[in-house]
Structure formats: structure tokens, C-alpha cells
Write a protein that binds this ligand. Structure first.
Ligand SMILES: [Zn+2]
Length: 101
């Protein structure tokens, strides 16, 4: 299952809040979801890297993140509903991540 981020807020610089316009490439992460029917769904989340263009901001570049899955964290059962709303599968919003394979 391949996911991309649908939440525009993921493009905001975590330092100054400026909406980034220039992508610096992609990075695939593999958040771990809960087992469904005894097996773990394989999820690849393609995150983009962005460059902050605010001159006063010293951040430079950052990898997008959504509130439901903080940077470096994996999915949890409790956060699955919120994550589904923020992440799409091929352009469609996934209601329940992991419900389809
Ligand atoms: Zn910034």
C-alpha cells in the first residue's frame, strides 16, 4: 500500500510556519500499522522534503509530517482514524488505513 500526504499543513515549515513551495525530493518511510487478520499490512508512506524560503528562518529544509504521525514516530491504533484523514492512497482519501491491501 503506497500512501502520499494529502494534508497541506504538512508543507508548513515547523520553525516559522511558512508554506513551502520548493520540493527537495522524496523520502519513503514505513510506518507500522496494527496487524489485520493476523498479518501486518505493508505501508509505504512517500514523504516529501521541502525547502523553507523564508530568509529570516534558519531551518533550511524539512521533511513533512502530519500531527497524527509525529516525525520519527510510527502509527498507533489510537491515531489511525486521524491518519486516514490526512493521508491519501492514489489521490483518494483512505478512510481506514490498512483496511485494503
Ligand atoms: Zn522556516
Amino acid at each position: 500500500m503506497d500512501l502520499v500526504t494529502a494534508d497541506e499543513r504538512a508543507r508548513r515549515c515547523p520553525e516559522c510556519g511558512t508554506l513551502a513551495r520548493r520540493s527537495k525530493g522524496r523520502r519513503v518511510t514505513r510506518p507500522r500499522d496494527v496487524p489485520i487478520g493476523g498479518r501486518r499490512p505493508v505501508v509505504r508512506w512517500c514523504k516529501r522534503r521541502w525547502r523553507c524560503e523564508e530568509p529570516a528562518c534558519g531551518r533550511g529544509s524539512f521533511t513533512e509530517a502530519v500531527a497524527a504521525v509525529p516525525a520519527g514516530k510510527r502509527l498507533t491504533v489510537r491515531l489511525r482514524a486521524a491518519t486516514g484523514a490526512a493521508v491519501t492512497d492514489g489521490g483518494r482519501t483512505v478512510g481506514a488505513v490498512g483496511a485494503r491491501s
